[in-house]
Design a protein around this ligand. Sequence first.
Ligand code: SF4
Length: 196
Amino acid sequence: MPDYETLRANLERRGFDVTYFETAAQAADYLDRKLDGKTVGHGGALTLTEMGLPERLSSHAAVFSHWSGGTFQQAAAAPIYLTSVNALAETGELVNIDGTGNRVASTLFGHEEVYFIVGANKIAPDYDSALWRARNIASPKNAQRLHKKTPCAARGERCYDCSSPERICRALVVLWEKPGGIGRAEVVLVNEALGF
Ligand code: SF4
């Protein structure tokens, strides 16, 4: 089990607000209440889908995503953005790899609030192991999910640092601290496995 107290202290020291929930259902209830009536964007994250959050929010908030017929631009223009990470180090670094760039761009600039929802499976002991996880576990699984013609999707065991035209790993963003370009950032920790 991750050392949540150490993780919380390290994230707060880096400028992030932190909330913790034992279950995904509790975290979904919290966000569903908190985002009532708000305008929210997201970039498509398995974590959100597994929580049923976009569907719940859609009944009482404005939700924009290319996963539900919207555009990247609409999600980017929303004051609030929901996402996850590919890995989170107990030392406090947030690691994300992206292909299009919309998701990582929204973690860096332009939103009043960004929520990072992170399952226990995403937490690694330190930065090096978080980076390794993002590259060798999260990205190959996402390539498989998206049916990409990449060596990792075919073999499924690790990253091959491929030069495939369908490579999904085109940008790596590490948040050392909350970026100045977003108003507030909250890491929502969930002590269950969520997403890849
Ligand atoms: S760089 Fe290529 S092989 Fe490595 S995870 Fe990304 S798509 Fe897969």
